[in-house]
Design a protein around this ligand. Structure first.
Ligand code: NAG
Ligand code: NAG
Ligand code: NAG
Ligand code: NAG
Ligand code: NAG
Ligand code: NAG
Ligand code: NAG
Length: 401
């Protein structure tokens, strides 16, 4: 054995020693699974069931290679913690009709779960994007999200890649103490409704060091998002990092405690924004803080839009009744691709309260002239650098004279 083969041999030994534990499963060899290139759906479902019943920690593994995975629901509660390590590429059926629910791979009611590995969940979304009719219809045909985490608690998702989802890439619903770390999300900038990570009705979610290139919001925080930390995210192409949209439906839950920090946003339609629908039921969103944001060629980098009404799906005459309060934008710098770099369009029905804008340095180099801001129904507290001048020409009832 020459020196170069000692290390791989030692690693292989370690690998076999660790996979030999009775609570570990190579999903691609489990049950009727057929190894490289095969459909591993049955193997994964069977291995999950056994792992979930085990009273010791278990590990499921998909080694390098490409495998077919049909729609799966991996459910708890389980008797012990489970790690699912994906090093290979899992391919969804390309035809959306082959997925009957709103998720391709759904994890539900699981505690102490880890999804890890350098592998890829390939949603094969291209054919589905052509059928996406959400720009034409209010209630458009449901397409599946690549990865759904429903009521998953005390859990970590790290390193994996979500590619070309048919719809949202990752959806977290009812999560508690849930961390997404160093996750990669990739889809073309023109793929419809491919939001990167959507969070709703969850408390205590961290998104750390994610790289997101997609066709809709890189991150969107829906109703009931509370205590959410987003740090070290790179976003673009996409539509930026958004709170909302809020107020489209009845009985939405409040949003509180959103911290977006140290993010880099490049070539997106918007930067950091809060969006609520006009004519909404009453509600509130509070304690939302955006800081240390670097922008490169971003449309409307700082945006509060309480008249969010894409494709004229609403009564834009009636004001939004979602009250926004305790919002700050601090240390935001870089370049804008539109002249209005800061737009704070708060609701005439319930003006924004306690908005702070501090140390903004955004340049625009278009022919119309330098960057501007545009404000209504808000009287922000200003400090530090202001480029552009913030709310110099604002209107509305609570605006400074
Ligand atoms: C947990 O373990 C118990 C006892 O071994 C077993 O009866 C039960 O089915 C297990 N639970 C799950 C979800 O498999
Ligand atoms: C499960 O855990 C117990 C206690 O930690 C240990 O004695 C036992 O060997 C483990 N069983 C397996 C199958 O790993
Ligand atoms: C949060 O989840 C992590 C990862 O599973 C776990 O180690 C930690 O103990 C949990 N924190 C609390 C407060 O339960
Ligand atoms: C978010 O970050 C803050 C400051 O680092 C920390 O105190 C808080 O616990 C974090 N929240 C979560 C949900 O981990
Ligand atoms: C900011 O985010 C980048 C990733 O975009 C990371 O490399 C860096 O360590 C972060 N800095 C701080 C101070 O967290
Ligand atoms: C605003 O939000 C910050 C951060 O969550 C919080 O510490 C502070 O108490 C809030 N201020 C008010 C007046 O609610
Ligand atoms: C503020 O100025 C901008 C740019 O000069 C302009 O487009 C906008 O309509 C003005 N807003 C108000 C409320 O006058």
């Amino acid at each position: 054995m020459d020196r170069r083969s000692i290390l791989p041999a030692a690693l292989a030994l370690l690998f076999f020693a660790s996979t030999a534990r009775s609570s570990d499963f190579d999903v691609t060899k489990y049950g009727a699974s057929g190894g490289a290139g095969s459909d591993i759906t049955q193997g994964l479902v069977g291995a999950w069931k056994e792992a979930c019943a085990a009273t010791n920690a278990s590990k499921l593994l998909v080694p390098a290679g490409t495998y077919v995975l049909r729609e799966v629901l991996l459910e708890g509660p389980c008797n012990s913690s489970i790690e699912f390590q994906v090093d290979g590429t899992l391919q969804a059926p390309a035809d959306p009709a082959q997925i009957k629910t709103d998720g391709w791979v759904t994890f539900q009611n699981v505690d102490l779960f880890t999804l890890s590995g350098k592998g890829t969940f390939d949603g094969q979304g291209k054919a589905a994007w052509a059928k996406n009719d959400c720009t034409k219809k209010k209630d458009c045909a449901a397409l599946p999200t690549n990865l759904r985490f429903n009521f998953v608690t005390n859990s970590i998702v790290k390193d994996i890649t979500s590619l070309d989802s048919k719809y949202f890439h990752v959806n977290v619903l009812g999560g508690k103490n849930f961390t997404l770390q160093h996750v990669n999300i990739i889809a073309p900038g023109d793929s419809p409704n491919t939001d990167g990570i959507h969070i709703g009705r969850s408390n205590g979610v961290n998104i750390i060091d994610a790289g997101i290139k997609t066709g809709d919001d890189c991150i969107s925080l829906g109703d009931g998002s509370q205590q959410i930390n987003i740090t070290g995210v790179t976003c673009g192409p996409g539509h930026g990092i958004s709170v909302g949209s809020l107020g489209k439906y009845k009985a939405e839950e409040p949003v509180a405690g959103i911290y977006v920090k140290n993010c880099t946003i490049t070539g997106t339609m918007n930067g950091v924004r809060i969006k609520t629908w006009p004519a909404s039921p009453a509600g509130h969103a509070t304690d939302m803080h955006f800081e240390d944001i670097t922008l490169d060629n971003v449309g409307t980098p700082v945006l509060i839009d309480q008249q969010y009404c894409p494709w004229n799906q609403c009564n834009a005459q009636a004001p939004s009744l979602i009250k926004l309060s305790n919002v700050s934008f601090r240390r935001i710098q870089g370049t804008s691709s539109t002249q209005v770099a800061v737009k704070l369009a708060c609701s005439s029905g319930c003006p924004c309260d306690q908005v702070e804008v501090s140390d903004i340095d955004i340049t625009y180099t278009g022919a119309e002239g330098p960057a501007t801001s545009d404000c209504s129904n808000v009287k922000p507290t200003l400090s530090g650098k202001q480029n552009p001048a913030i709310c110099a020409n604002a209107t509305g009832s609570t605006v400074a004279q």
